[in-house]
Design a protein around this ligand. Structure first.
Ligand code: GTP
Ligand code: NA
Ligand code: MG
Length: 294
């Protein structure tokens, strides 16, 4: 199939970096809500997802994923990096390169398909030293434009909003070069960002769509579980009629809790039933082989 004829999909951009370097505040200012203040102790504990329109460009949006910077959430960072087109590495100008900064650098180095933008944040602070931070990032192997490389670095303040327009422009440029396109019709392909049991709804999962469409009544398979989609809402709780590539939607109707990071596919009821039976059978065969090995 000729991919260049497919419709564009909004880029998926994951915000990553060390704890308290200002990821949520920055995103918060971008969409002018107040997530950081509403968080318990200001610590992000999940992958938040939302869509931001690009100024001056009708119909163009960017899907942002927020990730926690706390050391304990390494798996979530890896998951975020795995589904993303572009990583924005946030580094506080007064704190510099820290352990989770380095962790993100390693994740990005492993994946040639991921675009990277550095956002040196908190430039409004008295102790801010942008040059020092950029030198330290270069020493970690980040080929910054300032040193002749191709990684842009934008100087921002999530608190005052300084530099955020330039950040969005930089992301837009990279995304234009990547030219991500996806089929908007037919079978779905996506990933579970997070999942949990919710009172009254049972198992729910936030699913990031990369291809295809999703509506209530659709049949899904994910690992060893399945769903007939009962309720579809945005991460902020609005009901969704039809989700498209680039959307993150909260899906209920699962038989069992799907695993965070697992692949989600759709099909007819019969296809899902058959795929599930095959997977269970495969697991049984593998278990038997392990018995033989032992
Ligand atoms: P985790 O999700 O816990 O990893 O933190 P985070 O990176 O999302 O940081 P968060 O947005 O919670 O901000 C941490 C602290 O830094 C808060 O007190 C913010 O008000 C402050 N902060 C964030 N951005 C800026 C900035 O640009 N300038 C200044 N002065 N303070 C900032
Ligand atoms: Na924080
Ligand atoms: Mg946060």
């Amino acid at each position: 199939a000729d991919k260049s004829k497919l419709p564009s999909r909004p880029p998926v951009v994951t915000i990553m970096g060390h704890v308290d370097h200002g990821k949520t505040t920055l995103l918060d200012t971008l969409r002018s809500a107040s997530v950081a203040k509403g968080e318990a102790g200001g610590i992000t504990q999940h992958i938040g997802a939302f869509s931001v329109p690009v100024k001056g460009e009708a119909d163009k949006t960017i899907t942002f994923l927020d990730t926690p910077g706390h050391a304990a959430f390494s798996a979530m960072r890896a998951r975020g990096a795995g589904v993303t087109d572009i990583v924005v590495l946030v580094v506080a100008a007064d704190d510099g390169v820290m352990p989770q900064t380095k962790e993100v650098v390693e994740l990005v180095k492993k994946d040639d398909n991921v675009g990277l933008v550095v956002a040196i944040n908190k430039v409004d602070k008295a102790g801010a030293d942008v040059d020092k931070v950029e030198k330290a990032l270069f020493a970690e192997g980040i080929q910054l434009e300032a040193f002749g490389g191709d990684v842009p670095s934008v100087h921002v303040s999530g608190l005052t909003g300084k530099g955020l327009d330039q950040l969005v422009e930089t992301i837009s440029l990279i995304s234009e070069m990547q030219d991500v396109r996806a089929e908007r019709e037919g079978p779905l392909h996506g990933y579970v960002l997070e999942s949990k049991m919710q009172k009254g709804l049972g198992a729910v999962a936030t699913v990031l769509l990369l291809r295809g469409a999703l509506a209530t009544g659709n049949h899904l398979i994910c690992g060893s579980t399945q769903a007939k989609v009962r309720l579809l809402t945005s991460p902020t709780g609005q009901s969704v009629k039809k989700a498209l590539p680039g959307d993150a939607v909260v899906v209920s109707g699962w038989k069992e809790l799907p695993g965070a990071g697992d692949e989600v596919l759709s099909g007819t009821e019969a296809q899902v039933k058959k795929a599930l039976a095959n997977r269970i059978r495969k697991a049984e065969i593998e278990a038997t082989l392990q018995d033989v090995d032992a």
